[in-house]
Design a protein around this ligand. Structure first.
Ligand code: ATP
Ligand code: MG
Length: 604
């Protein structure tokens, strides 16, 4: 392609609304254009990158025996009502765009395709002989994200490869899951990314596991905890660890103490001269179920620990059936204002004990009369602890479970693991933290959707069984931007060769020099004929401008028909290393071919 004929506009300055390097660079280099919040146009260079990533994804998927298809983006609400996800995806913080058609039917714009694929499986899979089966698609997904940001990283319209597999049993599912683990690792390695597979939260479905593929980068929205021995890595949402040991309590007898102005753990521990590890703190949450019912939740946890809200939400989802509900649609720490909507009298915030009376709740049809009381293991283990006295300005010390306080029935792991904690598999290893961009997620779903939607098969014994399912997603557009986030310098993008929009760019320093033009034209034609995807910068611009643009757009090899042509040579510059060398004109093609093959196949 000739730059003179392209829609090629680069920006010198950083666009105001871009925060992270990859977003700035893709905008500046003319790869993408913002059309609205979380909505981007993929311009020709970007589209080539996306197609290259898609091709790698296809090759790796096809190699496992999965088959490509294309499912509808318009999805009837009925299917989502069958799975029980319509409300969670369209109400409150739900992320599905929904609409009503001319026949007054509700539809959703596909954020994901479990419902559609399960409906197909229900209709078409009859017998174990048809299994296992794995279908995938590459498609635009729609999600009304709460915080669209960072360009393609979190868009409201983005490209995903999603695949769904069907099995007779868990064992068969596990095999495909392993194949996907390998296929995903291959995709990312081939795309030139440094990544780490991590244990991930599977939501309340439980299932036997899920893995996220994290591209390591400071701008990542996820936190990964891992050990140096390489044996443990998990998303912080899911991570487990051993907390630091609690210090022995200095309080040996139970007593109520006046503790004015100690509504935080820090103030309390300095007032009482005790360690936060000797305090049981009570954290108040408010949750709303899909039935509209509000439930107040009191979590007791050791003073130095934090609540992992993902673990908490999973536990509350498990409890949903107790309230005739299926899902949690909101979970937060209630503000003073929202407390007023259900509190019968004002709460002694900062001084709450695990046994605070249910009478603080003004119950009605919409508000459950009793607190759900959960206790984390770190609090259960404490002896002679400090906690609130349910009265502003007072705490109790030297308290014990089953003496002054009844131990809540549910003991659950609700604590947030953090860097420095000891690892479970080997307490000599401690957890370190890294930032990651989640580019892929593979998931053992089990029978959640098949049971909800009645998708069954007949086994060898003639019995009808629910299909066992897995699902596997990779964000193609997010992956492409993540590659930039991992590979750039002050002058611009440095594309991994395998996904660069073009391999090479031939730059003519002076288009008024006939010899320069003639050699460049010839090389341009021959390189392309040899399968080396090459651009020609034939614009009427100063050489300096052309070099700057070539650096900015990040094409791996730049060929300059400058002074060296007098000696029958051209200058070839490698973008990543900036190494420059003069190569005889008739050796350029073979040399580049070899470099490109090595760069791409080295990753295969
Ligand atoms: P996140 O936690 O980042 O919101 P998710 O868990 O909702 O992602 P999945 O439903 O597992 O994502 O989707 C599979 C993949 O699709 C993700 O791993 C990610 O690469 C990509 N993806 C998800 N949401 C977006 C988005 N808003 N913009 C771009 N890519 C996305
Ligand atoms: Mg995910």
């Amino acid at each position: 392609m000739r730059l003179s004929q392209m829609l090629f506009v680069t920006l010198r300055d950083d666009p105001a609304d871009a925060e992270i390097p990859s977003h700035k660079l893709l905008l500046r280099a003319g790869y993408i254009r913002r059309i609205g919040s979380g909505i981007y146009a993929y311009l020709p260079f970007m589209w080539r990158v996306l197609q290259k990533v898609s091709q790698i994804v296809r090759e790796e998927m096809n190699a496992t025996g999965a088959q490509e298809c294309l499912l509808p983006q318009l999805q009837p609400s009925d299917l989502w009502k069958e799975s029980g996800r319509w409300d969670t995806y369209t109400k409150a913080e739900g992320i599905m765009f929904s609409l009503i058609d001319r026949r007054e039917q509700q539809l959703g714009l596909g954020p994901t395709h479990e419902e559609v694929i399960t409906a197909i499986a229900r209709d078409m899979i009859r017998s174990y002989r048809q299994l296992p089966l794995h279908l995938y698609q590459l498609q635009t997904k729609f999600r009304d994200e709460i915080r669209p940001r960072f360009g393609l990283m979190r868009g409201r319209e983005f490209i995903m490869k999603d695949g769904y597999s069907f099995h007779v049993d868990e064992e068969s599912l596990k095999k495909t899951y392993q194949d996907m683990y390998q296929a995903y690792s291959n995709m990312l390695r081939r795309s030139g990314l440094a990544f780490r597979p991590v244990e991930a939260d599977s939501g309340a479905i439980g299932g036997s596991g899920s893995t996220e593929f994290m591209v390591l980068a400071e701008a990542g929205e996820d936190e990964v905890l891992y050990t140096e021995d390489g044996k443990y890595a998990a998303n912080v949402e899911k991570a487990v660890s051993l907390p630091a040991d609690a210090e022995t309590s200095p309080f040996t007898s139970y007593e109520k103490r006046e503790t004015p102005g100690t509504d935080t753990i820090e103030k309390l521990s300095s007032f009482l001269k005790c360690s936060p590890t000797q305090i049981v703190k009570s954290v108040l949450y408010q949750t709303v179920y899909d039935t509209g019912l509000t439930v107040l939740v009191l979590v007791s946890i050791r003073g130095d620990q934090e609540v992992n809200e993902v673990k908490l939400q999973n536990e509350l989802t498990r409890l949903a059936a107790n309230y005739g509900a299926k899902a949690v649609i909101a979970l937060n720490v209630p503000s003073a204002e929202t407390q007023q909507t259900w509190a019968a009298k004002s709460l002694p915030l900062g001084y709450i004990a695990p046994d605070i009376s249910d009478e603080y709740i003004a119950a009605n049809k919409q508000v459950q009369a009793k607190f759900v009381r959960l206790v984390d293991k770190t609090a259960v283990d404490l002896k002679n602890f400090v906690t609130g006295a349910n009265e502003t300005g007072y705490h109790v010390v030297g308290a014990n479970w089953n003496e002054q306080f009844q131990l809540p029935e549910s003991v659950v792991d609700l604590r947030k693991a953090r860097p420095g904690d000891r690892a479970l598999h080997n307490p000599e290893q401690t957890l370190s933290s890294a930032r990651g961009i989640e580019v892929g997620h593979i998931f053992q779903l089990g029978t959640k959707y098949s049971v909800a939607m009645g998708a069954t098969y007949t086994n060898e014994q003639g019995e009808e069984k629910p299909l066992v399912m897995g699902c596997y997603g990779v964000g193609v557009s997010r992956l492409a931007q993540a590659a930039v986030e991992q590979s750039y310098d002050k002058d611009g993008i440095i594309w991994p060769v395998a996904i660069a929009p073009y391999h090479a760019i031939v730059t003519i320093p002076n288009i008024n020099d006939a010899q320069q033009v003639q050699i460049a034209e010839k090389l341009y034609t021959e390189l392309n004929q040899a399968g080396i995807e090459t651009l020609l910068d034939d614009r009427d611009e100063r050489a300096g401008v052309k070099f700057k643009d070539a650096d900015l757009i990040g094409i791996p090899y730049r060929i300059v028909t400058g002074r060296a042509i007098a000696n029958g040579k051209v200058e070839v510059v490698e973008r990543a290393t900036r190494q420059s060398q003069e190569i005889a004109i008739d050796e350029v093609i073979t040399t580049l071919k070899q470099w490109i093959t090595t760069a791409i196949e080295g990753k295969n």
